[in-house]
Write a protein of this length. Sequence first.
Length: 367
Amino acid sequence: MEPPTSSRLNSRKRRKDGSGPNGATELDGIPPKMSRHSLGLREPAPFSDEVEIDYSKPYVRVTYEEAMRGTPLDRPVRVYADGIFDLFHSGHARALMQAKNLFPNTYLIVGVCSDELTHNFKGFTVMNENERYDAVQHCRYVDEVVRNAPWTLTPEFLAEHRIDFVAHDDIPYSSAGSDDVYKHIKEAGMFAPTQRTEGISTSDIITRIVRDYDVYARRNLQRGYTAKELNVSFINEKKYHLQERVDKVKKRVKDVEEKSKEFVQKVEEKSIDLIQKWEEKSREFIGNFLEMFGPEGALKHMLKEGKGRMLQAISPKQSPSSSPTHDRSPSPSFRWPFSTKTPPSSPANRSRNESAVTYDISEDEED
């Protein structure tokens, strides 16, 4: 038993001395831990007009190959991504995450268009420009935010912010009388494509709200919003209140049905238990009854024994005929009432009867 133990200890020591984490070797299949460059951001990203740029150094744009190989820490690749970012959602965050991870050393600048530009070229927004600026500022992948970003990127804007590459999805974006507003960026070799997140967009969220408008209107009325704030008419307000009452009644009925089902289920379980117990007791009772009153039961044996004892008591066994006879004592004489005669007697006892008769007669005479 000792050699296997020592071999296990030696194997543990070898595994502990390995190069992997926690003494693991390459054969264990444990992946190495990823290095963490930062412990997390504590403040929102600054605006571009709050950041000081050293214009004394000349601006020389890096190539795609240089950016992929990695640039010095003091010269990150400046990537620009723009958008409306209305109702900031996970699709926006994923696009900015892809832009941040395009190159090993990336400084991400995000441009957000103003309300005036957005309303003119795209349409009305749910969030105003200040709310959209603030939402983008608090995204962890963003290093700088440009307010009132231009709809079409000009060479002057790219030079002012010293932009190396522009990140956006590869789908042509037709707007402002152009089939693709990023066409000149692609031709200049400054375009870095990202992937869209399917199933989530600002338009999808607005479609859900419009589709379930009554539900959200009723919910906000319950939370204290007035019909005027929700732009709800008087008739619709009363309709929503009525629907809310009907829903409460339905919920109560549903709760009662669920409770009744639980009660019926419990009763069924109890009844099944009672039936099982009754069947067990009935079998036990029938078995005991048959043992007592059955054809071969205890009562039959008791009756047989009692009958035998009664017969023995009523008719005892006679003595054998060969036994010697003994003289029996004479039985007392019997006197017939109102008569002087005695009953007939045997010849052997005639002398005795005669004397008894004379005695009886004398007594009668005296009477």
